[in-house]
Design a protein around this ligand. Structure first.
Ligand code: ACO
Length: 431
């Protein structure tokens, strides 16, 4: 397999042949540019809307084999991390590329814990939002605003400065997320409690009322920790691509990450679990499922929480989430929508339409049910996703900054519009 690692391309327009090197199963798009290039004609380009078959980077952060249902962070299988690790340890792994020693772990947890507070003016900024502001809109704006509180963050060539922002962002994201949740409820914002661990402190900032100390149920804290681990990275997905694309302009990491949050806000990405719940509620009862499935097959709508750009067999995160569902429902009682979800999954997995297109439940099919059982309103689901994804975005951003091959992201286009029209001034056109 090491011999003949080239691709011979014959341009039938000219009869010329080109030999392009193949490296790691890819050819360089720029190698096509020599084909058919002349003084009058640009060379050949590749057309790939949505980057369905284009690698944008080399990366050592996350490995996915969509056909086999494999997901690994820095080489470690997601199943083992979800079962045996913690979110902060996984965050360290993603950021640093290896598991921490005891001392490294202690320092990391200490650093994160003591950066959970935000400047009081960030609080004022958040309080300025409308009473019914979507928490994800609040999160993306407040993360973007952090760049003005830490102007040194723009010095991205300094590794110490980069590290400081990474710690700040992982530490402050739960604070901002919890406050955006409290805001919509008209409840006072709760300050971080640094005696609690990462997830317990998050629960405290979300749900604490007048009690002097919030006492989270460890089973719920653990389930939430697992959910954060499952969302921590997913290689070059839409939001990570947004972080990298915006980051390629060498902007500060707060601005780049807020672009990632914006991408995650969309219903085809992080918003899918909110859409799943709405769908389950609309279906309402098991007897309505067959008619709903017919509608999906007729193209009236999508079965939300099904299908994935890379997983064409099963989404390993969906399997772990199903187990977490059981743990959470043991504490909170079963979500009545679970029955409909399970029946919908059963019917869809036996249906030719879904089998042929390799459509399986993705991570979002069950996560909404858990979040709802944990008392989160649907608008908060993407916020939880964003908190989990933050170490992944930052690990990818750090990789980008150090990657000598990266350039400012600037795709080509195929122009389809008019050319060289004569402009007629408004007063003449409107006569
Ligand atoms: N329900 C019904 N049909 C579907 C679904 C679905 N959920 N997903 C894909 N299909 C169909 C498409 O209509 C298409 O059919 P066709 O070949 O007859 O035209 C075929 O399956 C292939 O689908 P694509 O849209 O080409 O797949 P793509 O990789 O571009 O999209 C995506 C992946 C966006 C996730 C899609 O499956 C989808 O919209 N799913 C529902 C939304 C969702 O659950 N998103 C969460 C993704 S996970 C995450 O972001 C964390």
């Amino acid at each position: 397999m090491t011999e003949n690692q080239t691709l011979t391309v014959r341009d039938n327009r000219t009869g010329e042949e080109y030999e392009l090197p193949i490296t790691d199963g890819t050819v360089r798009a720029s190698d096509f540019n020599q084909i058919g290039k002349s003084a009058d004609e640009p060379g050949l380009a590749v057309y790939d809307p949505g980057f369905t078959n284009t690698a944008s980077t080399r990366s050592a952060v996350t490995y996915i084999d969509g056909d086999k249902g494999i997901l690994e962070y820095r080489g470690y299988p997601i199943e083992q991390l979800a079962e045996k690790s913690t979110f902060l340890e996984v965050a360290y792994l993603l950021i640093h590329g290896e598991l921490p020693t005891k001392e490294q772990h202690e320092r990391w947890v200490h650093e994160i814990t003591f950066h959970t507070f935000v400047h009081e003016n960030v609080k004022s900024l958040m309080q300025g939002f409308r009473y019914d502001a979507h928490p994800m809109g609040m999160l993306l704006s407040s993360v973007g605003a952090l760049s003005t509180f830490y102007p040194e963050a723009r010095n991205i060539s300094d590794p110490d400065v980069r590290h400081e922002q990474v710690v700040r962002m992982i530490a402050k994201m739960p604070t901002l997320g919890a406050w955006s949740f409290r805001h919509a409820q008209g409840k006072p914002y709760v300050y971080p409690d640094n005696d609690l661990n990462y997830t317990e402190n998050f629960l405290s900032m979300l749900f604490k009322m007048s009690e002097p100390k919030y006492d989270p149920d460890p089973r719920l804290a653990k389930a939430l920790d697992v959910l954060l681990i499952l969302h921590a990275d997913h290689e070059q997905n839409c939001s990570t691509n947004a972080v990298r694309s915006v980051g390629s302009s060498q902007v500060d990491p707060y601005s780049a990450v807020s672009a990632g949050i914006a991408a995650l806000y969309g219903p085809l990405h992080g918003g899918a679990n909110e859409a799943v719940l709405k769908m389950l509620r609309r279906i309402g009862s098991k007897d309505k499922i067959p008619a709903f499935i017919e509608g999906v097959k007729n193209g009236d709508e999508k079965l939300m929480g099904f299908g994935h750009r890379v997983y064409k067999n099963f989404d390993p995160r969906a399997t772990i989430i199903k187990k977490a569902c059981d743990d959470v429902f043991e504490v909170t009682g079963v979500n009545p929508l679970l029955e409909i979800a399970q029946e919908l999954e059963r019917i869809a997995l036996e249906d030719d339409y879904f089998i042929k297109r390799k459509l399986y439940p993705n991570v979002d099919f069950y996560s909404g049910l858990i979040y709802e059982a944990l008392q989160f309103p649907p608008e908060m689901f993407t916020v939880l996703f964003a908190i989990g994804r933050t170490p992944g975005w930052l690990a990818q951003w750090l990789e980008l900054v150090d990657d000598k091959e990266q350039k400012i992201a600037r795709p080509k286009q195929i122009y389809t519009g008019d050319r060289q029209l004569d402009f007629v001034p408004a007063e003449e056109r409107w006569k």
